[in-house]
Design a protein around this ligand. Structure first.
Ligand SMILES: [Zn+2]
Length: 200
């Protein structure tokens, strides 16, 4: 799937931006709180400081920019989520035939990674979406990965990175039957009446 790198880095970047903005905002709030405390102390003692309430202006300005950034990151995440929703495959469960075919081509063994990036050695009993269904991953053989119970539980958290996909495809060259494409991950097209600006 050509777009996985773009989606993955977009989301990872957005999360990083949100964390930075939140930390920045927290620091700004602390600064403002500190200035408020100083002002309150001056008011209580009846001795106003040199610039009085004016000293609140700096710290307050320090809240605006990270607050704006945080709001932007949140809005972008909301747009992403609504776009994912429009991409969701109407069918979530792999069919019995797909499961049989998928387990077969994997030789009955989990295709995901155990320690040291080696292939997991457990028996596979499940078919999971390589690109998660919730992110628009298709319920097709192109997006099917044979998984053990443990990996099935673990796989729900977020998008696989492009490196994980590359290694899976490399491993697959070793055990997939000849002629079966090793590519992993397929994304459903946007369905329904998506606004043009969402369907990019
Ligand atoms: Zn496994």
């Amino acid at each position: 799937m050509a777009g996985l790198g773009r989606i993955y880095w977009q989301r990872t970047g957005l999360r990083g931006l949100a964390v930075l903005a939140a930390a920045w905002l927290a620091a700004g709030l602390l600064g403002t709180g500190g200035s408020l405390a100083v002002l309150a102390g001056e008011a209580a003692s009846g001795r106003p400081g040199p610039d009085g309430p004016g000293r609140l202006l700096g710290p307050a300005a320090a809240i605006v920019l990270p607050g704006l950034l945080l709001g932007l990151a949140g809005a972008a995440a909301l747009i992403q989520r609504s776009q994912d929703r429009l991409r969701r495959d109407p069918r979530r469960q792999f069919s019995r035939e797909q499961l049989r075919e998928g387990l077969d081509r994997a030789g009955g063994t989990c295709e995901l990674e155990a320690a040291y990036r080696r292939r997991c050695a457990r028996a596979a009993a499940h078919g999971i979406h390589f690109l998660p269904w919730s992110c628009g991953g298709s319920t097709t053989m192109e997006n099917f990965v044979a998984a053990c119970s443990r990996h099935r539980r673990l796989w729900k958290f977020g998008l696989p990175s492009p490196a994980v996909r590359r290694r899976l495809e490399e491993r697959r060259r070793g055990y997939f039957p000849a002629g079966v494409p090793v590519a992993a991950g397929e994304r459903n097209p946007v369905s329904g009446r998506a606004p043009a600006w969402l369907s990019g």
